[in-house]
Design a protein around this ligand. Structure first.
Ligand code: LLP
Length: 380
């Protein structure tokens, strides 16, 4: 069904984020149904959207939490996630955030370097605890997605490179407060070519055998997140194909008996349930271009400016014949553009515009640049 704003929200001051909680619930039900047969443990990546009403539904659906800062660990705990369902990833974990997560006794740290393992061991020892750790390896697999959100290539800062693995294993033997429980990898985000997950699985299979040959049996494998969504046509595919996603791992990842496989999905869970609503402030025509100037900008949704990302844009107020518009925000930056030559029905000052698929990496990446107020979030 095409997007419609509930009537009672028509006079809500713009810009604002609208979250369709019924769609979130349907997405969570589809995810649970697809994950259940293979026994996959799903951790929701809080970085995609950390609003409490959303987190509470995700937690109630039985997902765990994937966090990348002390703030996110604290938010997950505040939202009621059990510490045993929290994982902590990130290439630069601060000592304060590690201490917070150790004190909460979270399930696992995804560790990214020899130095990080040493620090984890030291801080865990000081608290009289053991840190459970999965080694985040950099598998050197191309996720075939946008370069800014590719994370599993040698050139990226993330993970332990394969040639460093022997040194890491030697180091672990000297760290009594660190317990190796798994392998972790995350190769990128907005991945729509599912075979890359097959490639990742093959790499993990090889590494697992290599570790077993050295006496390490791992109870957990974590394949990260990254499943993409349909930004072009959100209404034809409001819920991603979770069955195809898990099916790829079913076919390619070789599991040991009793081994648990974890995934860390963010975007695929929350992107489609969020819409940014904005009003047209002005329509301005130059020689070559007709601009629709919105009251929302890169301060509310930075993805188009930062990655050139496409978001489907609709004028909810006009039924007039369509014309091309450059849809832009009010911020003093030329990159503050949501789309160029977007076909919209003839657009006028005051029209309500919906920018779709904004539930993930939208509100969380907003800023107060130009001293702008934070957009409200509305839930239905
Ligand atoms: N696990 C790790 C270790 C990650 O770094 C990420 C995302 C995820 C899981 C969740 O990935 P997802 O399932 O959401 O693709 N701001 C960018 C996306 C950055 C993703 C960063 N890492 C965007 O707006 O496209």
């Amino acid at each position: 069904m095409p997007f419609q704003l509930p009537q009672e929200l028509a006079s809500t001051p713009t810009p604002f984020y609208f979250y369709d909680l019924a769609l979130l619930d349907r997405t969570l039900a589809a995810l649970a149904a697809a994950a259940r047969p293979g026994g996959y443990q799903v951790h929701y990546a809080l970085k995609a959207n950390s609003n409490l009403p959303i987190l509470e539904r995700i937690r109630a659906a039985g997902l765990g939490a994937d966090c990348v800062s002390g703030g996110e660990v604290q938010r997950a705990l505040d939202a009621g996630f059990a510490p045993g369902h929290v994982v902590f990833a990130g290439v630069g974990k601060s000592d304060a955030s590690v201490n917070l997560a150790l004190a909460a006794d979270i399930f696992c740290f995804n560790a990214e370097s020899v130095q990080e393992l040493e620090v984890l061991g030291e801080l865990a020892g000081a608290q009289g605890r053991r840190a459970r750790v999965a080694l985040r390896i950099n598998p050197n697999v191309d996720a075939l997605t946008h370069p800014h959100i590719t994370t599993g290539l040698e050139a990226n800062k993330f993970g332990i490179s394969l040639q460093d693995l022997p040194a890491v294993i030697d180091k672990l033997a000297t760290l009594p407060h660190v317990e190796l429980v798994g392998l972790h990898a995350h190769i990128g985000s907005q991945i729509t070519e599912l075979p890359v997950f097959g490639e990742l699985s093959r790499r993990l299979n090889e590494l697992q055998t290599w570790l077993e040959d050295r006496g390490h049996r791992l109870p957990h494998l974590n394949v990260g997140g990254g499943l993409g969504i349909n930004y072009q046509q959100p209404d034809t595919e409001p819920i991603p194909d979770f069955a195809a996603y898990f099916g790829t791992f079913d076919r390619h990842l070789v599991r040991r008996p009793g081994q648990q496989v974890h995934v860390e999905l963010g975007r695929a869970v929350v992107a489609q349930c969020g819409t940014l609503l904005s009003r047209v402030l002005y329509v301005k025509e130059s020689q070559q271009t007709r601009f629709a100037i919105l009251d929302a900008g890169m301060t509310e949704l930075i993805r188009p400016a930062l990655y050139g990302s496409h978001h489907h844009i609709q004028n909810l107020s006009s039924q007039l014949p369509a014309q091309p518009y450059d849809v832009v925000g009010p911020i003093c930056e030329s990159s503050d553009t949501f789309g160029r030559a977007v076909l919209l029905p003839e657009t006028r000052r005051g029209d309500l515009v919906a920018i779709r698929s904004a539930g993930a990496y939208g509100e969380v990446m907003s800023s107060a640049y130009n001293l702008r107020d934070k957009a409200e979030a509305v839930y239905r």
